[in-house]
Design a protein around this ligand. Sequence first.
Ligand code: GLV
Ligand code: MN
Ligand code: MN
Length: 403
Amino acid sequence: MENEMTSKINPARLWNDIIESGKIGATEKGGLCRLALSDEDRQVREWFVESCRAEGCEVRFDELGNLFSRRPGRQPDLHPIAIGSHLDSQPTGGKFDGILGVLAGLEVVRTLNEHGIETEHPVEIIDWTNEEGARFAPAMQGSGVFAGVLEKETILSCRDRDGRVFGEELQKIGFRGDDVCGHHHPLDSYFELHIEQGPILEAEEKVIGVVGGVQGMRWYDLTLEGRASHAGTTPMEMRSDASVAAAEIIIAVNRLAGEIGEGALTTTGVIDAYPNSRNVVPSRVFMTVDLRHTGIEILDRMEKKLEEAVSTVCSLREVSGTLDRLWDSPPVKFDAECVGAVREAAKKSGHPLREITSGAGHDAVYVSRVAPAAMIFIPCKDGISHNEIESATPDTWALAHRY
Ligand code: GLV
Ligand code: MN
Ligand code: MN
């Protein structure tokens, strides 16, 4: 950008946008339930599009529903500098995760407009479709297809747990666009502001996290098949109980992290038992496993241990198990120049900063494959995220976002 920018964003205005967004899909505990491609997702998109148009931006959306809101630059041939994240949430999510990054883009555009600042490059605000992966798996689908890593057709035809199809749901909310996702949309660079979602910055009293990269993550579907039988008449030794096998696998997955050590993380987030009736020995359990680490070799070891645990428990409990790896997102290192720009800006602000690796997945992971990318973290209260009580304050993001 040519201008020396000294203008600061208006934190109160950004806070107000967070509160406005937080009304769409609000939960009782002050969080959000705004699953991807739900009616709440439609409502927040419509509100966001209207807000961007009010700032004079041109808004487009592609065949995956990714939303691009462009403020023109002096040189229309230059690729846009993009700022973005996601507006969808977990079923019991917070109002900052992802939302802050998109609305920060809007706040940057508002600040530029307010001060009559022209930029050489266009500035683009992006809302990526289904970052969370809570309703349709895997996560980061819009940015994954944009970057050419995930297959468009696979994503458009994937189903949620009620059997609803992604492409049809996208059509239903009115955001299935004609623009081809990805190839024809080069970005000069991409910046994503996000709450840390963990405890490090707060504990060390740092205000800005300069994010060097993101750890690797692998997602698995596991289906256990036993035999349904009567709870009151089937002797214990004659049961083939899928729930008991699931319980033992959950414990094994949890222990696996401790056995590996070195910061390994394991989670069993979904457990669906069938037929889900209190007096039937469960015939089937569907469950998911999430493994995370910064090293590929460690992830390989974790995967091997997971396979062993499933096979040991299944033979002991006389159930069959099918383990599918449905997603593998390797560790990512962000672009040195973009990370350097974040570091320099943070230093200039004079506020305490820390180099940090992200434990959570973000759209920047995939965008970094096709454009130089970096992220900025700010602390969140008690390091809690993916929870309705997630909280962050305007003070911190105003410091992190000083222009
Ligand atoms: C995305 O929210 C993740 O699972 O890290
Ligand atoms: Mn997020
Ligand atoms: Mn999230």
